[in-house]
Design a protein around this ligand. Structure first.
Ligand SMILES: C[S@@+](CC[C@H](N)C(=O)[O-])C[C@H]1O[C@@H](n2cnc3c(N)ncnc32)[C@H](O)[C@@H]1O
Length: 412
C-alpha cells in the first residue's frame, strides 16, 4: 500500500483534518492546565512523524509542561490508521469532511472495511457514499459539538422538525433527539453548578473542615499528625503531577495513624513511579482495586498496542499493619453510577466513595481527601458519620465542593 501522509504538519492533514475550534482548543488548554495531560502525544519512532496530539504538544509547550510522549513502533499503515481514527474522535469531523477523507483513503489503497474502521462508520456507509446513493442515517457520523446548541435552539425555540435537521446532517432523527437532550442536560448542570456555588457562603456541618489551597503547604498543619484513619483521594493525571505522589506519600505517612489506610485512584500511566513514591515514603503496599468504567472504555495506545482500557485502579497502602477494624473489601468495583459529573468533570460516584469509606474506616474516624475536587469523598465520609477534611487548590472547585456539601446537609 502506498504511504498516506498524515503527519500533523502535512498538507493532507491540514486540508482534511481542520484545526480545533478556538473554543475547543481553549477548553483543552484549561483541562491540561488543571488536570494534566490525560493522553500521550504519539510519535512513530520509525518515521519520526507526529501521529497524534499536535494540539496537546503545542499547549504543553505554551504552559511550560514537559509533555507525555509515547514513541511507538508503527508501520506506515498503522500510523495512518491511528492518526485518522484518533483525529476523527477528537476533532469531530463533519459528514462532508468524512466523505472527503474516505475518498482519500480509498485512493491510497485502503479497502472499504479499513476505511470504514478508520472513520468509525459502517462499511455500508462507505459503499453508499461511493455509489452516490443519498446517505441513509448512520449513527456514527459525527456532528461538530459547536453546532449542538444551534440544533437545540432550532428544535426548542424555532419549532424546526427533528427529521428535517436529521436529513440535513445525514444522521438519524434519534441522533438529533440525543443532541437536544444532551444540551438540555448541560444547561441544567450549569444551572445546578451556579445554584450550588451560591450556597458556599453558608456554614458547614460540624465535623467537616474544607481547606482551600495545596495540601502539602502550611495548610497541612490543619490536620494533626497521626490522627487520620483513611486518606481517600483521586489525584490529577499527567506526568507533571507525578511529584504530587511524593507529597501524597509524605502527607499520608505523617497524618495517618498507625494502621491507617491510603486509598488513591491512580490509573495505569506511570504506575511504577506512583508505587515507588508511596513505598519510598514508608507506606506499606496492601492491594489494588479495579474500578470498572460505567461509561464504556478509553482508547489508549501503548507502544503500538491499542489498549481498550475498561477499568481504573485504586492503590491501597497502609501505615504499618492495617487497623483491626478493617476486615474485608471486594477488589473489583463496578456498577456505581456516575452521578456527579455535573459538578466536576472527573468526579467519582458518591456511592463508590461510600463503599471505600465504609470498608476502610469506622464511625467517628477522620477521613481526609487532600485533592477533593468537587468533594465527593468528604460528602461520602460525612454521610457515614465520619469526620472529614478536604483540601482543594482550585478556587472554583473549592466553592462548588463547599456549596455541594452545605446543600447535601440541607437535604437531610
Ligand atoms: C481528579 S480531581 C478529583 C476529583 C474528585 N475525586 C471528585 O470526585 O470531584 C483532582 C483535584 O485535585 C486538585 N489538586 C491538584 N493539586 C492539588 C494540591 N496540591 N492540593 C490540593 N488540591 C489539588 C485539582 O484542582 C483537582 O480538582
Amino acid at each position: 500500500m502506498s504511504k498516506l501522509n498524515v503527519d500533523e504538519s502535512s498538507t493532507a492533514n491540514r486540508l482534511l483534518l481542520p484545526p480545533l475550534s478556538a473554543d475547543r482548543r481553549a477548553a483543552l488548554k484549561e483541562s491540561i492546565k488543571q488536570e494534566g495531560q490525560r493522553y500521550a502525544v504519539i510519535f512513530n519512532k520509525n518515521t519520526g512523524k507526529l501521529v497524534d496530539g499536535g494540539h496537546r504538544l503545542e499547549i504543553c509547550q505554551e504552559l511550560g509542561i514537559d509533555p507525555l510522549i509515547d514513541y511507538q513502533d508503527l508501520t506506515e499503515e498503522q500510523e495512518a490508521f491511528l492518526a485518522i481514527s484518533l483525529n476523527r474522535d477528537r476533532r469531530q469531523l463533519t459528514p462532508e469532511q468524512m466523505r472527503e477523507l474516505a475518498k482519500q483513503l480509498r485512493s491510497e489503497g485502503f479497502s472499504q472495511e479499513q476505511t470504514a474502521s478508520a472513520l468509525g462508520v459502517y462499511r455500508t456507509t462507505i459503499s453508499r457514499w461511493e455509489a452516490g446513493t443519498p446517505s441513509a442515517p448512520d449513527l456514527r457520523v459525527t456532528i461538530p459539538s459547536e453546532q449542538y446548541y444551534d440544533i437545540y435552539r432550532k428544535v426548542k425555540m424555532d419549532g424546526a422538525k427533528q427529521s428535517q435537521i436529521a436529513a440535513n446532517f445525514g444522521v438519524s432523527p434519534a441522533r438529533i433527539t440525543q443532541i437536544v437532550q444532551s444540551v438540555e442536560s448541560s444547561l441544567k448542570s450549569e444551572h445546578k453548578r451556579r445554584g450550588i456555588a451560591q450556597r458556599a457562603g453558608e456554614g458547614l456541618p460540624e465535623g467537616i473542615k474544607l481547606l482551600e489551597g495545596p495540601f502539602g503547604g502550611p495548610l497541612s498543619h490543619e490536620v494533626q499528625d497521626a490522627s487520620v484513619s483513611l486518606v481517600l483521594t483521586d489525584p490529577p493525571y499527567g506526568r507533571e503531577f507525578l511529584p504530587l505522589w511524593k507529597d501524597l506519600g509524605q502527607f499520608a505517612i505523617t497524618k495517618l495513624k498507625e494502621g491507617g489506610i491510603l486509598a488513591a485512584y491512580s490509573g495505569q500511566y506511570m504506575l511504577a513511579s506512583k508505587l515507588s513514591a508511596l513505598l519510598e515514603a514508608g507506606l506499606e503496599y496492601l492491594w489494588t482495586l479495579g474500578v470498572v468504567f460505567t461509561g464504556g472504555q478509553n482508547n489508549v495506545f501503548v507502544n503500538g498496542i491499542n489498549v481498550l482500557n475498561k477499568y481504573n485502579l485504586i492503590l491501597l497502602f497502609s501505615h504499618g499493619k492495617p487497623s483491626s477494624s478493617v476486615t474485608s473489601i471486594v477488589d473489583l468495583l463496578q456498577g456505581f453510577q456516575k452521578d456527579d459529573k455535573d459538578l466536576h468533570e472527573w468526579a467519582q460516584p458518591v456511592s463508590e466513595s461510600k463503599y471505600l469509606v465504609e470498608q476502610l474506616s469506622k464511625e467517628g474516624d477522620l477521613v481526609v481527601d487532600p485533592m477533593m475536587g468537587s468533594g465527593t469523598s468528604v460528602l461520602a465520609a460525612h454521610s457515614l458519620a465520619r469526620r472529614a477534611i478536604g483540601f482543594e487548590l482550585d478556587h472554583t472547585r473549592f466553592t462548588i465542593a463547599k456549596g455541594r456539601i452545605v446543600e447535601a446537609l440541607g437535604e437531610k
